[in-house]
Design a protein around this ligand. Structure first.
Ligand code: ZN
Length: 397
């Protein structure tokens, strides 16, 4: 018995030595501090250490208008043998790059309303198979705010919202009702909470009926935009705005675009992705009043379409990294690259699809030159066009 008691005493003492040793190791390993540290200070430091979150980075990818003209879904229907639609050819060249991004965003220019027949310009409706393909390719955020969102009225928009809500993506820019409008929209990636807001300048002269509960944020609704951005900023690590604005076919942003970009930046937007002009416009870092930087792509042009000028077949796939530093509560936007894309389509051939310019070549360009009425349409023509608009710092050499 005496031996047993001695043994227990020895074990207890050993434990105390080990525990205090461990504490010492934590102290020494945790911080380079004097060895005389009171217990309360140590605990405070340890709890601070536990709360501190390591910096997180998210790799984004954004594209412009997924504009499904009738010819695009007619081709997809023929590829499916007349039964359903096969859009895989349209996006297969860029699928790998899209799926590699942590968060990929797209403006779905045409609604997907199941109870209506597919239709082209001017009142679009697209088969759900194109949405299914966009999801399969890896897009995560679907911007619905654009001038075609009420092409099939309130019913069509409600069906489009329902369709996207049934998919593993996050919609932005179309809202079921007032509660939905003011709910903070966000997507999470790598532990970063990314607030979303979707705005459009126009709906082609169409408007929702007065008794509709659906909500749209117009660029003129600055109070709503401000509230949305500020609320998202409070709850999220960053705010990404999709905005459908500007003048069609103009490669220069309007004063209205610039003014709204500056306001949204000061309200708390960190990244502003623009679309609608069907041609590309500059990418810029603009400066908030407090000196911090906001990334703005004024227009990423068409992602896919059957439009028929050289400028309208060139789009932009913007890739960028956002890093949140939780210690300093700051964001850093880096690795901003404008990857030019080309919609390739030869008249009479069922081949409409998107290429990265890096995948495109002069043989392909020559094939669609006659359709575009541009006999010298070529890779160098596209490079010259892009470098006339996009700052070289955002172009891969
Ligand atoms: Zn548009």
């Amino acid at each position: 018995m005496k031996n047993q008691a001695a043994k227990i005493f020895f074990i207890v003492m050993l434990c105390i030595v080990i525990i205090s040793g461990t504490v010492a190791v934590i102290k020494d390993g945790g911080k380079d501090k004097p060895s005389k540290v009171t217990e309360s200070t140590t605990l405070a430091e340890e709890s601070t250490t536990q709360e501190a979150k390591p910096a997180v980075s998210v790799n984004f990818l954004s594209v412009g208008d997924n504009l499904i003209h009738d010819g695009i879904y007619e081709q997809a229907n023929r590829r499916a043998g007349g039964n359903g639609y096969d859009f895989s050819l349209c996006y297969e060249n860029i699928a790998e790059k899209v799926s590699a991004a942590d968060v990929a965003t797209i403006n779905q220019e045409t609604i997907i309303a199941k109870s209506y027949q597919p239709s082209g310009y001017p009142l679009f409706n697209s088969p759900h198979e194109v949405g299914d393909e966009i999801v399969k390719v890896g897009f995560d955020v679907i911007a619905m705010a654009n001038n075609h969102m009420i092409d099939k009225g309130a019913k069509g928009l409600a069906e489009a919202i329902e369709y996207w809500d049934s998919q593993p993506v996050t919609r932005t820019g179309a809202y079921k009702n007032n509660d939905d409008l003011y709910k903070v929209e966000y997507i999470e990636s790598n532990g970063m909470k990314i607030g979303l807001v979707g705005v459009t300048q126009y709906t082609n002269g169409l408007s929702l009926p007065a008794d509709s509960e659906l909500k749209i944020i117009y660029s003129a609704d600055e109070d709503v935009i401000k509230t949305k951005i500020e609320n998202a900023k409070k709850e999220c690590d960053m705010v990404l705005v999709n905005v459908h604005w500007g003048n069609e076919y103009q490669t220069t942003p309007t004063d209205d675009q610039r003014n709204l970009a500056k306001k949204m930046a000061n309200w708390g937007a960190d990244v502003i992705i623009g679309h609608h002009p069907h041609v590309i416009q500059p990418v810029e870092f603009i400066t908030r009043d407090d000196g911090t930087k906001v990334l703005v792509a004024f227009s990423l042009g068409n992602f896919i379409s059957q439009q028929n000028t050289p400028a309208r077949v060139v789009g932009g796939m913007l890739t960028y990294t956002v890093t949140k530093n939780y210690d300093t509560n700051t964001l850093e936007i880096s690795n901003v690259v404008f990857n030019p894309t080309v919609t390739h389509y030869v008249r009479g051939v069922d081949d409409v699809r998107v290429y990265l310019l890096s995948q495109y070549n002069d043989t392909l360009a020559a094939k669609q030159a006659s359709r575009l009425s541009q006999s010298n349409f070529s890779v160098s023509y596209i490079n010259d066009f892009v470098s006339g608009i996009i700052d070289p710092q955002f172009l891969n050499k």
